[in-house]
Design a protein around this ligand. Structure first.
Ligand SMILES: [Zn+2]
Ligand SMILES: [Zn+2]
Length: 358
């Protein structure tokens, strides 16, 4: 079958090959025919080495499709079921799961060193244990979450990562207060989902911050009250908050430099929410006086910071009721053979989300 492979970390282009086989099928596993997958910024971060990932590998972790086959012991799924892929499945029995913090379950990472695919030339890994830039994937049954009939594959794919991450940061982690002031730094698919979450919670001011003009324009359509370039943020802080800083600032880039700006843009006693996925060697510097004296809360948000399955259901309910616009996040569509075009659209910031139809 066909899949897009990155041969080594640091290369810019994927090669679409038709000699790839999804491996590992057996008890407790399912085989999925992928129908739609979104290109998430984390895929680029794995390709360029910011996020740890063995190579060669098939990127992609935000996907949806149909069950083709189920292994022994899998009772909640059958061939033909429509599912979205969860790249962070919860085991249900570890201390994190028992506490209700299912996104902190590490069970899904236990297979991280196991190849997901094979080619005549050797083993190929899947990003985050999935690898959805492929016609087929084999994953643990817990990674396949059934979706209702009315949810199209492209929408379901987005809920599998970007939408859940962004909405959850505003709804679960920050629990934005009505009437508050919010700034969102980084307005791709995840940042726009934060904007929509802040709007749902009744934030008074939502300032979208992004260097790309088309993204700023989009953010206004999704509920931002203003949109500014990064160099205009200090001025916006002055005008909107009288210089005090915003009640909530969301860092959706994953870099220490933007996190530092976000910290300085948060008011004393306000909340900085860290959503972006950054590198192991990129250190955020804070001094002990400011940390203590300014009492700013720093809240990291992993995969939306809530119960993942509940967050999916909530996103579907909000989408069905027309309270969030998910279709509008998909600004570009390409077939799998157009994957390098999709990567370019992500790098230049022209796309919020590119949907790869497989
Ligand atoms: Zn667990
Ligand atoms: Zn993602």
């Amino acid at each position: 079958m066909r899949a897009a492979v990155l041969h080594e970390i640091g290369r810019e282009k994927l090669e679409v090959l038709d000699d790839v086989e999804a491996v590992g099928f057996g008890p407790g596993k399912v085989r999925i025919r992928v129908r739609a997958t979104g290109l998430c910024h984390s895929d680029l971060s794995a390709m360029n080495g910011v996020l740890p990932q063995p190579a060669p590998f098939v990127p992609g972790h935000e996907g949806a499709g149909e069950i083709v086959d189920v292994g022994d012991g899998v009772r909640h799924l059958k061939p033909g079921d429509r599912v979205l892929l969860c790249w962070l499945p919860a085991c249900g029995s570890c201390p994190a799961c028992r506490r209700g913090q299912t996104r902190l379950c590490l069970a899904g990472f236990m297979n991280a060193g196991t190849p997901n695919f094979r080619r005549p030339g050797g083993d190929v890994f899947g990003f985050a244990g999935t690898g959805t830039f492929a016609e087929e994937v084999v994953v643990d049954a817990g990674c396949a979450v059934p979706i209702p009939e009315d949810v199209p594959f492209d929408i379901a794919a987005l809920i599998g990562c970007g939408v859940t991450t962004g909405l959850g940061a505003a709804l679960n982690t920050a629990d934005v207060a009505a009437g508050s002031s919010v700034a969102v730094i980084g307005c791709g698919g995840v940042g726009i989902s934060v904007v929509q979450g802040a709007r749902l919670k009744g934030a008074a001011e939502i300032v979208a911050v992004d260097p790309v003009a088309s993204r700023r324009e989009s953010a206004l359509g999704f509920g931002a009250t203003r949109a500014v370039a990064p160099e205009e943020l200090a001025d916006a802080k002055q005008r909107i908050t009288g210089g005090e800083g915003f009640d909530y600032v969301f860092e959706v880039v994953g870099k220490s430099a933007t996190a530092r700006t976000a910290y300085e843009t948060t008011r004393r006693g306000g909340t900085l929410v860290v959503v972006g996925a950054g590198a192991l060697d990129d250190h955020l510097r804070l001094n002990m006086f400011e940390l203590f004296f300014d009492e700013k809360r720093i809240l990291p948000s992993l995969y939306g910071g809530g119960d993942v399955l509940r967050s999916y259901e909530r996103a579907i309910a909000l989408w069905r009721a027309g309270r969030v616009d998910l279709a509008g996040l998909i600004t570009h569509r390409v077939p799998l053979t157009g994957i390098n075009e999709a990567l370019d659209q992500m790098r230049t910031g022209t796309a919020l989300r590119t949907c790869i139809e497989i």
